[in-house]
Design a binder for this molecule. Structure first.
Ligand code: NAP
Length: 251
């Protein structure tokens, strides 16, 4: 992808203090975009050495704050070309050990966190008659690891939401797509692998990748950058697996 591909674009990346959101924010900025990087704990040191990343502390469980953030971004930058939703909290463990609160935290951070972000950004994208939304879901949405049912269930819900958004808002020039990573080398994935189910039959391990190794955050960043770009102008409502090949619908 050429540097010019994203030059002058304004993107909002939520979950930018995390492994994947951080890699996406850096990649887009390095390719010429102005990037608003949001998360609760985000700070400028995380992007030291990468120009054009503007940090915006934000808790996506606060709908009012998310709406306010969208207004701030548009008033500061004059436009918004794309949004990337990459938030989640860890809730790993056996189904019988996970309480309502574990499920609620994931629903708040990932499902509703994505809904709020998209809802806040959409009016601007519709008004501009152009824009691209990318939601990070995950392979668990079609092949749920036993210790990851909350996140996996929400990934499936987000894949469906993306289809719906693509169909509903495509007519306004707004494309919506999902990137569904498999195992990506990251603190979050190490935590998932360590989640002990007692009978040791839990892990959706690095070994379950046809290419024989985990992905890297930049593999996800490349896929997101593609979906945001004009090269993906006819891609809408889709789910792009970035998982090296592995368990799919039939497994
Ligand atoms: N890593 C993998 O192998 C993998 C595989 C498949 C799917 N995924 C999915 O990819 C996405 C990113 O994964 P990751 O590895 O980058 O995870 P991560 O490092 O744990 O990052 C999660 C991000 O979510 C943010 N977040 C959580 N709660 C928030 C809240 N209430 N408000 C605002 N931000 C919030 C965190 O920032 P703060 O804590 O600073 O708020 C952090 O930036 C997740 O949806 C994950 O399920 C990851």
């Amino acid at each position: 992808m050429s540097t010019a591909e994203h030059a002058g674009k304004v993107y909002w990346v939520s979950g930018a203090s995390g492994a994947l959101g951080g890699a996406v924010a850096r990649h887009l900025a390095e390719h010429g975009a102005q990037v608003v990087a949001s998360a609760r704990s985000v700070n400028s040191e995380q992007f030291a050495g990468t120009p054009n990343v503007h940090v915006l502390p934000l808790d996506v469980t606060d709908a009012h704050a998310v709406d306010e953030a969208a207004r701030t971004i548009v008033s500061r930058h004059g436009r918004l070309d794309g949004v990337v939703a990459s938030t989640n909290v860890a809730a790993f463990g056996d189904f019988l050990d996970l309480a309502d609160d574990d499920w609620s935290r994931v629903i708040e951070a990932k499902l509703l966190g994505t809904v709020r972000l998209v809802r806040a950004a959409l009016p601007t994208l519709i008004e501009q008659r152009s824009g691209s939304i990318v939601v990070i879901s995950g392979r668990g949405g079609i092949a749920p690891p036993p210790q990851h049912f909350p996140g996996a269930s929400i990934n499936a819900a987000l894949d469906l939401l993306v289809q719906g958004l693509g169909r509903r808002y495509g007519q306004f020039g707004v494309r919506t797509n999902a990137v569904a990573p498999g195992p990506i080398r990251s603190p979050r994935y190490d935590e998932l692998e360590k989640a002990d189910l007692g009978d040791k039959k839990g892990a959706d391990s690095y070994a379950q990748v046809a290419l024989g190794h985990p992905g890297e955050p930049r593999d996800v960043a490349d896929a997101v950058a593609y979906l945001l770009s004009d090269a993906a102008r006819f891609v809408n409502g889709s789910r792009l697996a970035v998982d090296g090949g592995g368990p799919g619908y039939a497994s």
